[in-house]
Structures are given as structure tokens and as C-alpha cells.
Design a protein around this ligand. Structure first.
Ligand code: HEM
Length: 446
């Protein structure tokens, strides 16, 4: 069996140059892919991932041969933070957790959350001063965090926002790619205090829900209540296992949405015609009241903007797995335990799959204009197969409601300044998305 291509000599310098120029690891991966093709291996001390790009490789990893790949790597910070959370669980535990949690995130329950998506957005935008400048990366994080807590956990996070802002950000930062990839066991004491503060809060809301259940005998249909009330063979879930699911939701359920919302506003800010069209649509369809699901469905242009944003800047730009045993992909050997990466970002920008892949073109998703669906596994912002994003419906309805409200109520202007995609835990627009916001007179006092 041939061995995987690796980088050496002059192409290696070209990759370093690309990374330096764009200040992005993704630029390095793109340069490697250009020189080495859709399957290659990175060889660094202690870090030798196999990188697989394109729909066929995605299908292999996520669908047809998914049993050959595991999620969890015990020494990764993500496993240490999320412990037995759905995202990092494999096998039977994964499937059991998914069966319990998924029903709370299906279309019906998500539609019930639309008024909360709307009111949480309002409580963030009402602090925007007339003609003020806000950083949408920060503002959208506040909105996404409030929304997640209010809908998925049924708690009011407003009183805690200031105190827990840093603990949440630091917990998310803890799992961002970094030097630990090269030195898996490296000590990282600087995060302990903040993770403990977030843990303390999560254990508190679990306790409070148990007490209220004991007192009233009633539980809501939010995820926290479902976990507290879940019984299997006469046994409930313990606090630790519930904490792991809550921590998973805090990380996976708000940081990704933050990135999508901030990038969408950035792209609209860069494309004034698209911004005008999205605003005109929001203003013709939406009123002061929380929208109905049908009204959100009518935001068809915004829908194409969101899809195109997820293509250009998938919040999870690189998927990761570990080979469960010695296996092969595309005729290349993959040894047991080897890390396997599938860069969604590169597939989404592959010129063989997309016309003019680097440009922002919402029309490529406009079926009413004859756009055809991308080939299977060519467009996977929410992953694919049985481990696809359990919050995909939630995220898409949420994004339409939040952006619909912002676009309806405000005129927006992107301030000049270079923004680059930074591979933190999600793909973030750094250093931020600074926008001037002006409340529209027609919607003032509404
Ligand atoms: C724009 C927003 C979002 C994007 C782009 C996104 C993307 C993804 C992707 C690509 C995966 C698969 C990862 C893999 O295969 O390794 C995933 C899994 C997951 N996502 Fe999301 N996500 C988003 C929002 C959310 C939300 C709002 C929630 C929760 C409310 C959520 C919870 C999860 C969980 C728990 C998993 C693990 C599922 C499993 O392993 O069964 N995500 N997400």
C-alpha cells in the first residue's frame, strides 16, 4: 500500500509563507492540499494527523466507515472538559445520550423557542446606543449565550452574565487548538479557576431543578429538565453525567452560533447590496412581535445568506477523529489511534465543487433561481451521518430570528479594518466585527 504524501523542501516553505501571510492555520492546510492532494499526512514532533479532504473522504469517515473512527482522545482538553458529554462520547454511551437529548432539539420544540430567540436578542440590542459602535463578535456571543441558557436549560442567565462571562470564554478557550496538540499532557493550570466557576454554576442549576421537581412533581420539556427526569431501568442520571451534557451544550451550542452570526453580519457589512436586500426582506416580513415559524420561513434571502456564510466560514472548520483500529482510506493505510482530520473549510472552498469558491454568492443556494443542490458530503457545516450536529435545526432557526430582528430594527455599517478567520475553538472573525448601529425611526419605541 502506498504511504501518504507528506511535506518537505520547497513546498514546506510555501506553506509557512501562506500561514504567515494570512495569519491562519487554514491557509497552511490549503497550501498543503494544493501541493499534496486530497489525502496527506502532517509530520511534526508528537503530532502526525492524516488529513482527508473532499466529499468521498467525508462520506467514508462520517457515514460508510464511521465504525472505523472514534471521537474521543482521552488526553485532549476537549475530553477533559466535557468528560462524558455527548460530543466526546463514543459507542453505546453516545447513542443513549443522543436518544435522550435529541427530541428536545427537534423542529417542534425549537419553534416553541422563537419568542425567546426574539426577546433575548432585544435585551442585547436595547443597550446599543444611538449611532454607537458595537463589536458584533461580542454582542452575538451575549445573545447566543442568553438564548442557550433560557431555552435549553430554562434558566434566566441575565443576572449571571457579568460574573460568568470570563469563565464561559475561558472554558471555551481551553479546548481551542494550540500547543497541546504537540504536547498532549501539557499542564494548563491557568484555566482551573474559571472552569470551576462555570462548573459550580452548572451543578447549582442541576440541584435547583431537582429541588423544584421534588417540591412540585413537575418538570418542563427543556433539556435540563429532561436529563433530571430521565430514568432507565429504574435509575436516573447522576449530577456528574448531567453536568457533562450541560457543559457540552454551553460550549457546542453557543460558540458555534456566535461565529455564524458574527460572520453573517461581517459578510453583509462587506456587501452593501446584500445587506440592503436582507434588510428589505426582514422589514417586509417581520413585525414588532416575535415571528411565527412561517414568517421565518419567508426570509428566503436571509436563508441563502446564512447558508453561504456557513460555506465560507464553517464555525467548525476541521473535523477530528481517531482511528479505532488499523484501517485504510482511499488506498492509504491509517494506523490505529492515528488522528484523522477532515477540513470542512477546504471542501467548502474546493474549485472542483464550487464556482468561484472564494466569493460571497448567496445565489448559489437559491433553488428558486435554479441553483442545484451541492453533491452529497460536499457541504457539511453541521457534519454528517449519525454524529451530525444535534443542534442544527436550533442553530438555523435561531440565526434567522436573531439576524431578522437586528436587520429589521437597525441600519448597520461595517467599520473599515482587516478581519481574518482565526481558528479558535470555532472559526472566529478576528479581531472582531465593529459596526455602527442606528435604530430605524419606524421601529423606535417599539
Ligand atoms: C451554526 C451553529 C452550529 C454549527 C456550525 C455546528 C456544527 C457542528 C458539527 C460540524 C458537528 C459534528 C462534529 C463532528 O462530527 O465531529 C456538531 C456536533 C454537535 N453539535 Fe453543533 N453546531 C452548531 C450549533 C449547535 C447548537 C446550537 C447546539 C446545541 C444546542 C449544538 C450541539 C452539538 C452537539 C451536542 C454535537 C455532538 C453531536 C453528537 O456527537 O451526536 N450545535 N455541530
Amino acid at each position: 500500500m502506498p504511504s501518504l504524501p507528506t511535506l518537505s523542501g520547497l513546498p514546506g516553505l510555501a506553506v509557512l509563507r501562506a500561514m504567515g501571510r494570512d495569519r491562519s492555520l487554514l491557509a497552511g492546510l490549503a497550501a498543503m492540499r494544493k501541493h499534496l492532494g486530497n489525502a496527506f499526512q502532517i509530520i511534526l514532533p508528537g503530532f502526525k494527523p492524516i488529513v482527508l479532504v473532499g466529499p468521498e473522504n467525508n462520506r467514508h469517515i462520517l457515514h460508510t466507515h464511521r465504525q472505523d473512527f472514534l471521537w474521543r482522545t482521552e488526553s485532549d482538553p476537549v475530553s477533559r472538559l466535557l468528560r462524558n458529554g455527548l460530543l466526546v462520547a463514543d459507542g453505546e454511551l453516545h447513542d443513549c445520550l443522543r436518544n435522550v437529548m435529541e427530541p428536545t432539539l427537534l423542529r417542534g420544540p425549537v419553534h416553541g423557542h422563537i419568542p425567546a430567540f426574539w426577546s433575548c436578542t432585544a435585551s442585547i440590542t436595547e443597550s446599543w446606543t444611538e449611532d454607537g459602535v458595537v463589536d458584533m463578535l461580542v454582542e452575538m456571543r451575549k445573545a447566543a449565550l442568553l438564548i442557550l441558557m433560557e431555552t435549553v436549560f430554562a434558566v434566566d442567565f441575565r443576572p449571571e452574565m457579568e460574573r460568568l462571562w470570563l469563565p464561559v470564554i475561558r472554558s471555551v478557550e481551553y479546548i481551542a487548538p494550540g500547543a497541546w496538540l504537540l504536547w498532549p499532557g501539557m499542564p494548563r493550570p491557568g484555566y482551573k479557576k474559571d472552569i470551576a466557576a462555570l462548573d459550580e454554576y452548572l451543578f447549582r442549576i442541576i440541584r435547583e431543578r431537582r429541588v423544584s421537581y421534588a417540591e412540585t412533581g413537575e418538570l418542563g420539556d427543556d433539556l435540563l429538565s429532561v436529563l433530571v427526569g430521565h430514568q432507565e431501568n429504574g435509575e436516573g442520571m447522576d449530577d456528574d453525567l448531567i453536568r457533562d451534557q450541560l457543559m457540552t451544550m454551553v460550549v457546542a451550542g453557543h460558540d458555534t452560533s456566535t461565529a455564524l452570526l458574527a460572520w453573517a453580519l461581517y459578510l453583509l457589512g462587506c456587501h452593501p447590496d446584500a445587506l440592503s436586500q436582507a434588510q428589505a426582506e426582514a422589514r417586509s416580513v417581520l413585525t414588532n412581535d416575535p415571528p411565527t415559524p412561517e414568517q421565518l420561513r419567508e426570509l428566503t434571502y436571509l436563508d441563502t445568506v446564512l447558508k453561504e456564510t456557513l460555506r465560507l466560514y464553517p464555525p467548525l472548520p476541521v473535523g477530528n477523529r481517531r482511528a479505532a483500529h488499523d484501517t485504510e482510506v482511499g488506498g492509504y493505510p491509517v494506523p490505529q489511534d492515528n488522528r484523522v482530520m477532515f477540513p470542512i473549510y477546504l471542501t467548502h472552498r474546493d474549485p472542483a465543487l464550487w464556482d468561484d469558491p472564494e466569493s460571497f454568492c448567496p445565489a448559489r443556494f437559491d433553488r428558486s433561481q435554479g441553483a442545484s443542490a451541492p453533491p452529497a458530503f460536499a457541504y457539511i457545516p453541521f457534519g454528517g451521518g449519525s454524529r451530525n450536529c444535534v443542534g442544527a435545526t436550533f442553530a438555523q432557526v435561531e440565526a434567522k430570528a436573531v439576524l431578522g430582528k437586528v436587520l429589521r430594527d437597525f441600519d448597520l455599517e461595517l467599520l473599515p479594518g482587516k478581519v481574518h478567520p482565526h481558528m479558535a475553538t470555532t472559526l472566529e472573525p478576528r479581531p472582531g466585527v465593529k459596526m455602527r448601529v442606528r435604530k430605524r425611526s419606524e421601529t423606535k419605541d417599539s
